[in-house]
Ligand binder design. Structure first.
Ligand SMILES: *Cc1c(COP(=O)(O)O)cnc(C)c1O
Length: 437
């Protein structure tokens, strides 16, 4: 692909107008929407209105008149349309980490009743750390253990008679590898386990079918592909047939059946509403609502299926351009090459034997790209241990089909080629690390 061909692909792209929904700095190639989505144009005005009118003038009456109290359900119903859930099945609340605590507690409690001998949670060593930290903490509390596998192929064998829960993130944050939710949920069920899914890198990035694919519990993130803003609230879904069987442990008043009865005893609300704990963060909810609307705007243009097709065309172009234009620098693809197994990101690593394969190179290359106006990110690897193989440092480039263009991909790879060919990344200034990488 030439740069002119990339421009022609953008000109012919029926989804291209969706980019106009966002305020993206001129000249910036932003490939980090999988970490923090960009700012929708509607958000600032909406927050002004919520602050000046609903809060400033309406004050406490806005809990009813402006629909503040219904935000968890109303925004939840919108997100439900993106992840294959029905209306009234999903709520927005708290953070992904906190929601994972709730659903994993529920899954372990259900299994304690149905199959008390099952005391193992199966997950992947490469899962996002917060998921593993929360699972390890709950396992300690419930007298269970966490069994981590090193590859997807090992999951079926790990689902034995001791397994209570299979807890997976649908798209791996380090590699972009996409799990087959239907097959793995079915394998969990066949083994007598429940399936808990984290959609942090899949909700808003690709079609998700929670109901049809047999998930039992799911959580997801508001600030990545949903464009809800830094620290946006997260969401939680439970299969309707299971939701009323357990009271999740964060039994706050807004998950009560009648919060304004102010009775001393807790009575859970029916359905998913019991997964709300306390008062919704109204300003953050309004920003999330604007972000979710940017995805709903794609519905008339083919929705998540059309966004997925574009995402795959973008990541395929990225992979091909890197192979053609960055050859000889020891870069290898750390994401699956097969489209069906790749989420919406392209991850690269340096071969240990290459000139750039030394410690710190991947970080420095990402920094050099950032200074050139190409924002991706870096994810640290890990040395090999006695029990697990090592992981390489990763250069991670997320594509967000709502606003990433083919020319952005072309320019990003062109800058990557220049940074590698010139050795620019070896400058000392690119080795400085901030608190957030
Ligand atoms: C981003 C991400 C999270 C974030 O959790 P927070 O509670 O919002 O900090 C959790 N899990 C996965 C898999 C993620 O990618």
């Amino acid at each position: 692909m030439t740069r002119d061909q990339a421009l022609a692909a953008d000109a012919a792209d029926p989804l291209a107008p969706l980019r106009l929904q966002f305020q993206i700095p001129d000249g910036l190639v932003y490939l980090d929407g999988n970490s923090l989505g960009v700012l929708p144009r509607s958000t600032a005005a909406r927050l002004q209105q919520v602050i000046n009118q609903e809060w400033g003038v309406g004050l406490i009456g806005s809990w009813n008149s402006a629909g503040w109290m219904a935000q968890p359900q109303n925004i939840g119903d919108k997100i439900a349309t993106l992840v294959g859930a029905g209306p009234g099945e999903l709520v927005v609340a708290d953070s992904t980490s906190v929601n994972l605590f709730k659903v994993l507690s529920a899954a372990l409690a259900l299994q304690r009743e149905d199959a008390p001998g099952r005391r193992v949670v199966v997950s992947e060593r490469s899962n996002f750390p917060t998921d593993l930290y929360i699972a390890a903490s709950l396992c300690r509390e419930h007298g269970c253990s966490l069994r981590l596998v090193d590859s997807t192929d090992e999951i079926p064998a790990a689902l034995d008679a001791d397994c209570a829960v299979l807890m997976l993130t649908q798209v791996n944050y380090r590699t972009g590898a996409l799990h087959n939710m239907a097959a793995l949920s079915a394998a969990a069920h066949a083994a007598g386990a429940l399936a808990v899914w984290d959609l942090a890198h899949s909700a808003g990035a690709l079609p998700v079918a929670l109901g049809a694919d047999g998930a039992d519990f799911a959580v997801g993130c508001g600030y990545k592909y949903l464009n809800g803003g830094p620290g946006a609230p997260a969401f939680v879904w439970v299969r309707p047939g299971l939701v009323n069987r357990f009271v999740q442990p964060l039994s706050g008043w807004l998950g009560h059946a009648a919060p304004f009865a102010f009775v001393p005893g807790y009575q859970p609300a029916p359905g998913i509403a019991r997964y709300v704990c306390g008062t919704p963060p109204v300003l953050a909810m309004a920003a999330l609502d604007c972000g979710v609307d940017t995805l709903l705007a794609a519905a008339a243009l083919g929705g998540m299926a059309a966004l997925r097709a574009k995402s795959l065309a973008l990541t395929r172009s990225f992979i091909t351009l890197v192979a053609d234009r960055c050859a000889g620098h020891g870069l290898v693809l750390a994401s699956p090459d097969a489209d069906a197994q790749r989420g919406s990101q392209v991850c690269l690593a340096f071969e240990a034997s290459s000139r750039a394969g030394q410690a710190g190179a991947a970080f420095a290359v990402v920094q050099a790209l950032t200074v050139r106006g190409v924002v991706g990110d870096f994810r640290a690897g890990a040395p090999a241990t006695a029990t697990a193989g090592g992981l390489p440092d990763i250069l991670r480039f997320g594509v967000t089909p709502l606003y990433t263009r083919f020319v952005d991909v072309w320019d990003a790879v062109d800058h990557l080629r220049a940074v590698l060919a010139s050795g620019e990344w070896q400058q000392a200034r690119f080795a400085q690390r901030g608190a957030v990488t």
